[in-house]
Design a protein around this ligand. Structure first.
Ligand SMILES: [Zn+2]
Length: 172
């Protein structure tokens, strides 16, 4: 959960940008930003839809998708594209986090950041204005590793039996 002032700043950015674009800052857009900021982990469109429904807010998939895209454009959230899924996460400029992300199922887990990470906000950047810092460690979670291992074993078995089949045919 983000700190209140960080959420207020995000809302101010959204309102300002929508005004510049001559778009209305609708209650739906504000609610989607609120829901994104309240998430403890990177979320899918289904996750945020469920979160909003639990607060009695019904929004269409299209509105959700378009608003998330707008929030990405405004750098208020980041989009993590993985092999099989997409996750979003609110940008929190007040803290540096470290997450491990499974690129197959999208499962994420916050891990303690290496001490070096605290030095990042002071680090020099080149012709670049940093807005937030995060460290994502991409890889494969334990259950996806197990599944991948099982799949390999099944494939091996198939290849082996196919090979024997061929050998048999060759012998005839
Ligand atoms: Zn996984």
């Amino acid at each position: 959960m983000m700190q209140e002032d960080a959420i207020q700043n995000a809302h101010a950015t959204l309102a300002r940008s929508l005004q510049t674009m001559n778009c209305r800052c609708t209650p739906e857009r504000r609610a989607i930003l609120d829901a994104a900021c309240s998430m403890d982990a990177p979320f899918s469109i289904a996750d945020i839809a469920a979160q909003m429904a639990s607060h009695g807010f019904k929004v269409s998939r299209a509105t959700l998708y378009n608003t998330l895209r707008l929030l990405v454009d405004l750098r208020l959230i980041v989009c993590l594209r993985m092999q099989n899924c997409t996750r979003y996460e609110a940008v929190d400029p007040t803290r540096t986090r470290c997450r491990q992300v499974c690129t197959l199922c999208g499962r994420t887990m916050e891990v303690s950041a290496p001490a070096e990470l605290d030095k990042l906000p002071g680090a020099k950047t080149r012709r670049f204005r940093p807005t937030a810092y995060a460290l994502y460690v991409f890889g494969m979670c334990a259950s996806c590793q197990r599944r991948a291992c099982q799949d390999t074993n099944i494939n091996k078995k198939h290849t082996r039996s196919a090979g024997t089949e061929k050998e048999k045919q060759g012998n005839i």
